[in-house]
Structures are given as C-alpha cells and as structure tokens.
Ligand binder design. Structure first.
Ligand code: CO8
Length: 261
C-alpha cells in the first residue's frame, strides 16, 4: 500500500506547461491499486482545468510502467463488489483528459498498465519495454477499455493474438504494430517524451484539444459526421487569438507566442 495518494503518484513540473506524473509503487511493479487510480483520476481532472498544464506525461520506473491492476485488491471480489469499486469512473477521468497525454514506457506495460498506455495519445517506449493484456491467464479479461482500444490501435488479428494468448510482446514488435509512436533507448525514454511534451506545450492549446477530440470522437462516427465535426472544430479555431498570432507570426517571419487564448 502507499502511505498517501501523493506517495503513489509523484507530480513534477519539469518545464513550463508540462505536468509529469510518475507512478510510484516500484515494489509492486507499479500495479494500479485504488490509491494510485484515485490519484491519477484526481490529478488529471484538476490538470484538465489548470491553465498551467498544457500537456501531461505519465511514466513509471525503469522496471515497470505498470504491471496491471493490483491483483491483490480484486482477487476476492464479487461482481457487485467490482461494480461498487467503480474503477470505470476513475478510468473515465483519464479518458476525458482533454489535453495531450504522453505515456513514457519503460519495462512492463501489462494488463491495466497496458490499458493506461492505451489511454495516451502518444506512446514513447524503450527498447526493453513490453506490452501485453495477460488477463485471460487470470481467468478474466481486460476491463479498462483494452479490448476496444487495442483493436482500434493494431487491428483485429494482432489484437486477438494478444487477447487470446496473453502473450507479451517486446517494444520493437509493438512499434512494428503501430502501438508505439517513438521507440527510444531505455535510458532516453523520459527525455524523449519530455522533449516532445515541451514542444507540444509551446503549441496552441485550443488547437491541440480540438485535434484530440476530433480524432478520438471521429474514430467512432460515420465518416460524414466525423468530417463535419472536423470542419466545425476547424472553423471554431479561427475565433482564437492563437490562430491570429500563428498566422501573423508566419507573415512576419518570427516565432509565434501562443498564449492559449
Ligand atoms: N498486482 C499486484 N502485485 C503485483 C502485480 C500486479 N499486477 N504485478 C507484480 N506485482 C508484485 C508481485 O506480486 C511482487 O510482489 P512481492 O515482492 O511481494 O512478491 C512484486 O510485484 C514484484 O513482482 P515479481 O517478483 O513477479 O517481479 P518480476 O520482475 O519477476 O516479474 C511481472 C514482473 C512479469 C510483471 C510479474 O510480476 C507479473 O506477471 N505480474 C502480473 C502481470 C499481470 O497479470 N497483469 C495483469 C493484471 S490483471 C489486470 O490488469 C486487469 C485489468 C482490468 C483493469 C480494470 C479493473 C476494473
């Protein structure tokens, strides 16, 4: 158990606009217990409304991003007990985080840990990282969107291969399957993710939020509706000061200064 929520999840501000969240239960391979889930959900919910956060990076440690749900918490649960734990509400806060979310993955990303990575918009993984949804080996199945997000990310046949065997794949294969945005040397993962985060933090937040919303919502809409959603979002951005600044800076051949207005 962690002593407190702040213990389970360490918050850092490596640079302006960037929120770094470190999962911190190294003794349990960062397995997601209730405190850690609550900490993640509350931190992301407040960061969603906090103008000083433009992008969030979630990471674990050198051995594990997260090895899944904490099996000891749920081993003796009943269906109603699982329902009352209401973990789905905590996951919803992660899914609803409207700003760019980057997962910096070293080591194991298994079960709920893999599902956490699947909530991210960008995954940076070390060559020694591994991914899998081994729930079937425990007599259950993924319960945090894994069946749906994995198939959308890698397609039916690759997704079933992982879901039905519980096999764990290495980062090179995950990258080959399109589950990794950027493969890095193990020691370079966080630096690579933070560099990307810093770049994103200097870009206009309204445009980023609309890109995220349009991609994620649009993926589940009929094409015509998704294109209409894209058009409305695109047109709306012409009401922002950052659009004026971006285009003015281009004409004046200088770097834009996006204020999030
Ligand atoms: N839960 C609880 N404890 C864990 C977990 C976990 N998922 N994973 C590791 N630990 C603990 C171990 O029990 C061990 O504790 P102790 O030192 O007290 O014995 C400690 O972490 C270190 O683990 P290992 O000694 O096993 O370390 P290794 O480096 O040898 O192996 C592995 C690491 C391969 C990650 C191995 O620990 C393992 O296989 N872990 C389980 C992986 C797994 O099955 N994950 C899926 C869990 S189920 C799940 O995620 C359901 C998702 C649904 C989410 C929504 C719920 C509502």
């Amino acid at each position: 158990r962690c002593q407190s929520m702040a213990d389970c999840l360490i918050e850092e501000r490596p640079e302006e606009g960037v929120l770094l969240l470190r999962l911190n239960r190294p003794q349990a391979r960062n397995a997601l217990n209730t405190e850690l889930r609550v900490a993640l959900s509350e931190t992301l919910r407040s960061a969603a409304n906090d103008g000083s956060t433009r992008v969030a990076v979630v990471t674990g440690d050198a051995t594990a991003f997260a090895a899944g749900a904490d099996i000891t918490v749920v081993a003796d649960e009943t269906p109603m007990g699982m329902h009352r734990l209401a973990f789905h509400k905590l996951w919803q806060d992660v899914a609803d985080f409207p700003k760019p979310l980057i997962a910096a993955v070293n080591g194991y990303a298994l079960g709920g840990g893999c599902e956490l990575a699947l909530h991210a918009d960008i995954i940076v993984a070390g060559k020694g990282a591994s991914f899998g949804l081994p729930e079937v080996k425990l007599g259950i199945m993924p319960g945090a969107g894994g069946t749906q997000r994995l198939v959308r990310a890698v397609g039916k046949y690759r997704a079933f291969r992982l879901l039905m065997t519980g096999d764990i794949i290495d980062a090179e294969k995950a990258a080959d399957w399109g589950l990794v945005s950027e493969l890095a040397e193990d020691g370079e993962v966080l630096a690579t993710a933070l560099k990307m985060a810093g770049k994103i933090a200097r870009l206009p937040p309204f445009a980023l939020e609309h890109i995220k919303e349009t991609v994620l919502l649009g993926a589940d809409l009929p094409l015509q509706s998704a294109i209409a959603l894209e058009r409305k979002s695109y047109h709306m951005l012409f009401d922002t000061a950052d659009q004026k600044e971006g285009m003015k800076a281009f004409k004046e051949k200088r770097k834009p200064d996006f204020k999030g207005e």
